[in-house]
Design a protein around this ligand. Sequence first.
Ligand code: NAD
Length: 353
Amino acid sequence: MSDKKISVAVFDAKPYDVAFFTAANAKYGYDLQFFEFHLTSLTSSAAAGFDVVCAFVNDKVDAKTVEILHKNNIKLITMRCAGYNNLDLEALMNKIHVTRVPAYSPYSVAEHAASLLLSLTRKIPHAFNRTRNGNFMLNGLTGRELHGRTIGIVGTGKIGKIMADIASGFGMDIVVYDTFPDTGWAEKKNARYVTKEELFVQSDVISLHCPLTPETRHFVDDKSISLMKKDAVIINTGRGALIDSKALVHALKHKAIGGAALDVYEEEEKYFFEDWSAEVIEDDTLARLMTFPNVIITAHQAFLTQDALTAIAETTFENIRQYFAEESLTNEICYHCGASQTNCPKVNKGRCF
Ligand code: NAD
């Protein structure tokens, strides 16, 4: 590499991205250009002339986008998030390397999930709105304690395990479901691995912490909801499409479940991270969800802590440094085996190709 600075086109950049990326860049000196708009096939030509593209959860790295980025000689796509369901890995294979930030601060997400849970079960948004208006009545604010109740955690990875610790602090019983169980951890933490069906039947709270994959899409659907207790609540800080939103609306409407707190939504790309307060929301499912008194929605903010944003910027920049220093790509998203290339037999010298 010559003395020319490595140039990075950062898509879907919000003021907090600009602030934390600029601060972390003092150590790296990259030439950063922030674009407010999403990366899609229609906007990808904005990356022409850059070395690296930095994208986020709602950017669309589909086959067409990949083709344009590849034509424009983009060498690396560095995702500033953990999830990678918005990438067409097959299209990327042997063309552009992709890295991500597999762990920035799992505490940020688990703590947000816990905040949503308590806000829902203790009706904090209602209480806050009331006292703001000078209404100090308690009618309708009766909550439910978590102590002694059962939480079902789906996905016992980094975030799910922290959620289990938090729930255990509340004195909850913990049941868990994961396709790759960590039985040693479960034994130490007094958590019980159960089947998916058992988790839905037994839980008072269901918290989703698995990735979105073809297998987990609509993990919560009509069928699984029919197994749930009538007063059980669902917390989703994973990915929107883990829940079939129409099935959720149906269940809430018919009082088949106790409530839901959602940080992610199936069709969130159009709305989340943007100001729609003066616009008409055309998505009837989202609009209906917002009307239920027992639903709380936050707009994909679980990751949004100072600690996490600092870690995200540093890991993203370190991923870029590794690429241009021709080192192993510690956080490469492997085209062959998915998230982690650690044991992938096709990886050569720490890279997918
Ligand atoms: P992780 O990789 O550490 O853990 C994921 C766990 O899910 C693993 O134990 C894995 O075995 C399990 N899993 C995979 N497929 C499964 C299946 N079919 N059924 C059940 N379990 C399955 O990931 P993490 O860091 O704990 O993050 C979990 C998810 O949280 C991410 O994939 C991402 O989608 C989401 N996330 C959301 C935010 C946010 O701001 N809302 C931020 C970060 C991550």
